[in-house]
Design a protein around this ligand. Structure first.
Ligand code: XMP
Length: 506
């Protein structure tokens, strides 16, 4: 398969480069800066990413380009461009007139293959303290900004370019044109990587890899595990058994509804009602991290127990996606993901792992899911934490509190759907607070629970802003919850963003 390799020197934008290239229907992979997959088939071009380092730092990341340069078309971005200049006898330094943020690019040579169609004076995004002050003779300058002379260059006699700016960032007006020139024209990508082609090649690979082996997969009702299951089902049919555990912390009627849609899709699913097991283990547990551990362990125990009833299982399938893979490869080690729900499962079960989505981003998983014919109600679902309502019931979890929260959450989410607001927020949910407040219903004084409503807008959950839901909508949902959910007499709306708050309350 045709692919572009991105060597990652630790820039915050490396994932974005990958996204932009995949938007050109071209497959690409991010590799650590010193792990080029020599000998791999299908490589049509290479990109060197930016980096938090200066090329002059003693700890600056180095890579051996001798087997890459001249062999594949090469594009250095920011640090990548500076690295090429620095290691060829050029001079890179932190100049007084360094640029951060927006600058305007002026082309000197519009016949250059990388610059074709880029508008003169278009805005580009700069984000590094250093600039290339002097270039070796073989470097031909093709673009400058007001303060940076060598904003873009080509190495004569080679298919090698360097750009000081970040074409992958939206602020770079014609950045997409630059990347498309490189990927489509210079590297010669056919642009054939689409959801349909991904499905076809993955199904083929899964058949070869798994043969007649039996596979077990944990379904959660979420997008990733559902798409993974449907893909595997297409490849190996009844040799795939899925297990869906009701931990008693799912949303209103979720177990029944999701099981019905899975059956409708032809999946071989075992539904396990383990509510009592979880409620019992959660008795008296109030600390959020302790709750996560109890719920995670409960899941592993139940899943393991059910999977052992099946015969001859050789593989455990998981819906791991690309951001999880990249995070675990992160070279600077700065990204920390704390939400691993079932880490430890593969080790405990002693099975081989199969992860058909491990190279896809979330929105690509959704596109593949649509192509597979999975309904929008499953594909477009908001993210939901693995520990479920367990981290939305503050303090101790009891079956009665679960009932109250499930009902309140149901009226809230249904209200969002009915008012065309569901797809306008990234995630929404209700939270049950561990306090009661005084109210009055009819002539009676009440003393009941408070429900908090949360809705946020975000792209990846790492940062989030609270959603400005219409007051009329909030008013009617509040009325509905207080009138219909026994045990609640007050509803509040959370207007905190992340950071400094988090999306979940626990
Ligand atoms: P926070 O609360 O950290 O949430 O701002 C960010 C995103 O992660 C989800 N989340 C979890 N997901 N297990 C999960 O699978 C967890 O323990 C967990 N905690 C939070 C949260 O719903 C949001 O989408």
């Amino acid at each position: 398969m045709e692919k572009i390799i991105i060597l990652d020197f630790g820039s915050q934008y490396t994932q974005l480069i990958a996204r932009r290239i995949r938007e050109l229907n071209t497959y690409c992979e991010i590799k650590p800066y010193n792990k080029f997959p020599h000998g791999e088939e299908g490589i049509i071009g290479v990109i060197l990413s930016g980096s938090p380092y200066s090329v002059n730092d003693p700890q600056a990341l180095q890579c051996d380009l001798s087997e890459i340069r001249g062999r594949y078309p090469l594009l250095g971005i920011c640090y990548g461009a500076q690295y090429l200049a620095h290691t060829n006898g050029g001079r890179v330094a932190s100049s007084k007139t360094r640029e951060y943020g927006k600058a305007r690019l002026v082309w000197h040579d519009d016949s250059d293959a990388l610059m074709k169609g880029v508008r003169n004076d278009s805005i580009v995004w700069m984000s590094h303290g250093d600039s290339i002050i002097d270039t070796p003779d073989s470097f031909r300058n093709v673009g400058s900004t007001a303060d940076v002379k060598n904003a873009a260059y080509r190495i004569e006699g080679e298919e090698t370019w360097g750009v000081q700016f970040h074409p992958e960032v939206y602020h770079s007006e014609d950045g997409k044109v630059v990347l498309s020139n490189f990927v489509m024209n210079i590297c010669g990508s056919k642009g054939a990587w689409t959801p349909a082609s991904f499905i076809e090649s993955t199904v083929q690979q899964l058949r070869e890899k798994l043969g007649d082996d039996k596979v077990v997969l944990a379904l959660s009702g979420g997008v990733d595990s559902t798409v993974a299951a449907v893909l595997l089902n297409k490849a190996i049919g009844k040799n795939l058994t899925c297990i869906f555990v009701d931990n008693g912390l799912l949303r209103y009627k979720e177990f029944e509804n999701v099981l019905a849609s899975y059956a409708h899709m032809g999946l071989n699913v075992i539904g396990v009602d383990a509510k009592e097991h979880f409620y019992k283990n959660l008795e008296g547990v109030t600390d959020p991290e302790k709750k996560r551990k109890v719920i995670g362990k409960g899941f592993i125990d139940i899943f393991d127990q059910e999977a052992h009833k099946l015969k001859d299982i050789k593989w455990l399938a998981q819906g791991t996606i690309y951001p999880d893979v990249i995070e675990s490869l992160s070279i600077t080690g700065m990204v920390i993901k704390s939400h691993h729900n079932v880490g430890g499962l593969p080790e405990k079960m002693n099975l081989q792992l199969v992860e058909p989505l491990r190279l896809l981003f979330k929105d690509e998983v959704r596109r593949v899911g649509r192509e597979l014919g999975i309904t929008q109600s499953l594909i477009g679902r908001h993210p939901f934490p693995g520990p479920g309502l367990g981290v939305r019931i503050l303090g101790e979890v009891t079956p009665e509190k679960v009932r109250i929260l499930q009902e309140a959450d149901h009226y809230y989410i249904q209200g969002l759907i009915d008012n065309d607001l569901y797809d306008k927020v990234w995630q929404a949910g209700a939270i049950l607070l561990p306090i009661r407040s005084v109210g009055v219903m009819g002539d009676e004084r009440t003393y009941e629970y408070v429900i908090a409503l949360r809705a946020v807008n975000s792209t990846d959950g790492m940062t989030a802003t609270w959603s400005h839901l219409p007051f009329d909508f909030l008013g009617s949902v509040s009325n509905e919850i207080i009138n219909k959910v026994r045990g609640v007499n007050r509803v509040v709306y959370d207007i905190s963003s992340k950071p400094p708050s988090t999306i979940e309350w626990e």
